[in-house]
Structure formats: C-alpha cells, structure tokens
Design a protein around this ligand. Structure first.
Ligand SMILES: Cc1cc2nc3c(=O)[nH]c(=O)nc-3n(C[C@H](O)[C@H](O)[C@H](O)COP(=O)(O)OP(=O)(O)OC[C@H]3O[C@@H](n4cnc5c(N)ncnc54)[C@H](O)[C@@H]3O)c2cc1C
Length: 438
C-alpha cells in the first residue's frame, strides 16, 4: 500500500478512477490501454512499469472495487501472471521495455513452453535444443501440454543450450514468437471436451539472441521463478479470475476489437464475470457456497460439512497466499510457500469436485447448455484432476515442502553433476560416442 493511505482510501481511489473511465462504448483494447497506463490493472508492479508499487492487501482492496463496479479487470494469462514478473527479475532493460507494455495493455498473450513428453516433473531434463546461429538461436524439439499455444503471440521457452553442462546448468530461457514457420501447434482433446492445451513441434524455429532472458546456461533460475509465480497464483492482476476460458478460445486480437458493452456479461450471484465473443461455454467458477444456498438442492448434514470444509480450506489458503505475496512485495524470493498454496488448491478442488454433484443430485452429472448452471458442475468434476498436475504435481509439491520447509533429507539426485550428453533422459538412449538418439 502507498505510505499513509488506508485500504479504504485505496479502494475509494480505485472506484473513483473506474467511475471516471468505465464506458461500455469503449473497445476491450481501449479499456485495457487506459487501465494499463493508469497503474490500476497491475497495481503490484512497480510505478516505472505500469504499476503502483502496492502490496497484496492493497491489490485485494482494488480487486474488490473492480468486482463491485462490475468493471472488466486487466488482461490475464500466463504472460501477465508469470512472464512480466519474470522479466522484471531476470530480464534485461531492453526486454522489459519491449515486453512489459504489450503485456500490461493486453496487446499480447503468452504461453509456457516448458513440459516435454519426457520432461514434466523433471523439467531440468528438457531435451528441446537451441543452437546459436549468429544473432539468433535455432530451436528443435517438442513441447506438450502447452496451454493456450494456439492463441498465444509468444512463449516462454526452456531449451537446452549446452549439452556438456549438467542438466540444470545447460538451459536457456527465451521469449519466442509463436507465429513462425518453424513452430507447429497441434491441439489436444481433453476429457472436458475442450482443447486448451497442445503439443508443439519446433523444427528450425528461430529466436533472437536479444530474447534470451539472462545468460545462456542460466535458464533454470528464470524457470524456477516462473514456476513459483505459477504455483502461488501470484498474479498481481486486477480481476484475475474472470476470463481464462475466453482467453483460451478467443484470439486476443478478436477479443480486443469487441465493444465492452457487447462482451461483458454482468454475471449472476456466485459466478465470476466473463468475456467471450465466440463461445459462451462454461464461464467462471461456481462456488459450492452459492450452490448450496440455492433453493431446492440437497443440503444434508454431510454436504453442509463438506461445504464448510471447502470454505475453511479456501479461506486459510487465501491467507497463506497473502503471506506469500507480502513476502514477495518485501523483496523476498518466491519460496516454498507457493507449494503449500498449490497443494491447498488441489484439496479445495477435490472437495468442490465431490460436493457440487452431491448438492445438485443427478442434475450435477449433466453437461451442456441445458444442464443446471450450463453444465458447470459436471465440467468442474472432470476438470478437477488438472489442479493436481498443472504447474507441478501434488507429489512434487510434497517433495519441495519436505525438503525445503521441513528439512527432510533430499531426494537422491544421482544425475545432478553429470554432463547432460551422458544422461539417459525420458525416451532417449545414449549412443556410443556420446550422441543421443530418441
Ligand atoms: C491443465 C494443465 C495445464 C498445463 N499447462 C502447461 C503449460 O502451459 N505449459 C507447460 O509447459 N506445461 C503445462 N502442463 C504440464 C504440467 O506442468 C505437467 O503435466 C506436470 O509438470 C507433470 O509432468 P508430467 O505430466 O510429465 O508427469 P510426470 O513427471 O511424468 O509424472 C508422472 C507421475 O509421477 C510422479 N512423479 C514424478 N516425479 C516424481 C518424484 N520425483 N517424486 C514423486 N513422484 C514423482 C508425478 O507426481 C506423477 O504422478 C499443464 C498440465 C495441466 C494438467
């Protein structure tokens, strides 16, 4: 929070700004530009980079102002949530100057090229290679599970730049343009029926050396920062929860040209506001608290106890997140607390998965627009496993907490100091003479 101001004053200030600027005749692009330039969209970012240098208590107050005024929040997505903050910590001034405004104003959306078929939990074993060629790097390999790659402008890419260094020391972290001949994006079908993620093939794709974040070989540090932001959900973005669906389905360029009045659904109780120009789909999260209070549904004692458990789990987790955010705002590195909040989200998601259908009864199994709440409950049930996997599985979070919080012995890592070329990784087998063949 700015020195000398209270949360109430901050909220009043944000509300006054919204009153003066919110206009349903603006396009989404015009609104995001206004919001980006004002500092209210990314208030935890520093004042020199489109923020207000406000802590996370302040962010919550400002978020409340946007919710109450039902004003569209800042552009969300992986670039805004992780890419911008990573550049502020690891990027060059030139990269900050080129990329922070396109992110803050919603001109660009980014995806995350980390996981590979043989490297998920063990991300440091990534085999996608980047080889220097003059002022550029040439990228070959395959990524998988890449959320939003089909609509992203750029991706945060982890690629191997040095085969002789041990696995953690031979990585580069690049910001790569997605729309180029060397990158092929193939959507994957999920059990929800949607296609949010993709497998992505790199064949002599090109990225400028100016887009290497940090030094070649230091990519692991930026990757770890990215994951810490991902796990803690430390978005720093106002109105972060409102529109992931829309952003996965709609090209940012299409969304940007729409008028606010045409795309902003003023929402109903218990649902977050959504924006989607093409496919209304499943919008927002349906809270069990809202559901259980609707007339006509099941409300037995066990159900009420589960709803209470969900509420307690969510509230305690939001406090842990606030503590983690306060630490980050005080300049401390994003640490293992992000793993605790990520695990707690998995637990809350599983309670939600079970209690939603219990409240609705048979209707909770129905999908599609004619189902109760547009099928949101059935959707949440089949979507639930993703929370325990995305951004690092529950088991990996347990390992991190065990080792770094509880001080338990580290997991044996026999390959940590061995040159990558000599390792057996994923589907790779070593060839005589030190080559690798997949
Ligand atoms: C919804 C969703 C969105 C995603 N989006 C992206 C994205 O945008 N970009 C991206 O790069 N990736 C993305 N991912 C991928 C995600 O990061 C990986 O799925 C995750 O890191 C696990 O890797 P894996 O699938 O290869 O599983 P594996 O690493 O093969 O793990 C398989 C099983 O083994 C367990 N295991 C592995 N290692 C250990 C260990 N050391 N100790 C104990 N247990 C272990 C795991 O917990 C798991 O149960 C997404 C995943 C999901 C579900």
């Amino acid at each position: 929070m700015p020195p000398g101001s209270t949360l109430d004053e901050l909220r009043d200030e944000a509300e006054a700004w919204i009153d003066a600027n919110w206009d349903l005749d603006l396009t989404v692009a015009e609104w995001w530009e206004r919001l980006g330039a004002s500092g209210w969209g990314f208030p935890t970012w520093p004042t020199e980079w489109f923020g207000k240098g406000i802590d996370n208590d302040g962010l919550a107050a400002i978020d409340g102002a946007f919710r109450d005024k039902r004003a569209l929040g800042a552009p969300g997505g992986l670039g805004q949530m992780m890419g911008g903050p990573v550049l502020m910590r690891h990027g060059s001034e030139d990269q900050q100057r080129r990329y922070l405004w396109p992110l803050a104003s919603g001109l660009e959306s980014w995806c995350q090229f980390f996981s590979e078929p043989g490297s998920g939990s063990d991300l440091a074993s990534a085999q996608t290679r980047a080889v220097r060629d003059g002022d550029e790097w040439v990228v070959n390999g395959q990524k998988v599970w890449t959320s939003g790659a089909m609509t992203a402008d750029r991706g945060m890419l982890v690629a191997r730049v040095d085969m002789e260094a041990p696995k953690h020391a031979g990585l580069g972290y690049f910001i790569i343009e997605v729309d180029q001949p060397g990158i092929e994006v193939r959507p994957l079908k999920q059990m929800t029926g949607e296609s949010h993620f993709n497998e992505v093939f790199f064949t002599d794709a090109r990225v400028s050396d100016a887009d290497l974040v940090g030094r070649a070989g230091d990519g692991w540090a930026a990757a770890v920062t990215t994951l810490a932001f991902e796990r803690s959900g430390r978005a720093g973005v106002v109105g972060a929860g409102f529109k992931r669906d829309a952003e996965f389905r709609t090209r940012r360029s299409e969304l940007r040209t729409a008028k606010l009045g045409d795309v902003v659904d003023q929402g109903s109780a218990g649902r977050t506001m959504t924006v989607d120009t093409r496919n209304p789909g499943i919008a927002g999260r349906l809270s069990p608290l809202a559901l259980v209070n609707e007339p006509g549904h099941n409300r037995t004692d066990p159900i009420r106890q589960d709803v209470t458990r969900y509420y307690i789990q969510s509230r305690v987790n939001s406090m842990t997140m606030q503590r983690a955010r306060a630490a980050a705002a005080a300049g401390k590195a994003a640490g293992p607390a992000s793993s605790i909040t990520k695990l707690a989200r998995s637990i809350a998601t599983r309670i939600n998965r079970d209690v939603g259908p219990a409240i609705l009864g048979a209707g909770g199994m129905l999908a599609g627009p004619d189902a109760p709440h547009g099928g949101a409950v059935a959707h949440a049930t089949v979507q639930a496993p993703s929370t325990s996997i995305a951004g690092g599985t529950d088991e990996i979070q347990h390992n991190i907490i065990g080792e770094r919080v509880l001080g338990l012995p580290r997991e044996p890592q026999v390959d940590r100091d061995i040159p990558f070329r000599e390792l057996k990784v994923g589907t790779v087998r070593n060839e005589p003479g030190g080559g690798k063949e997949t």
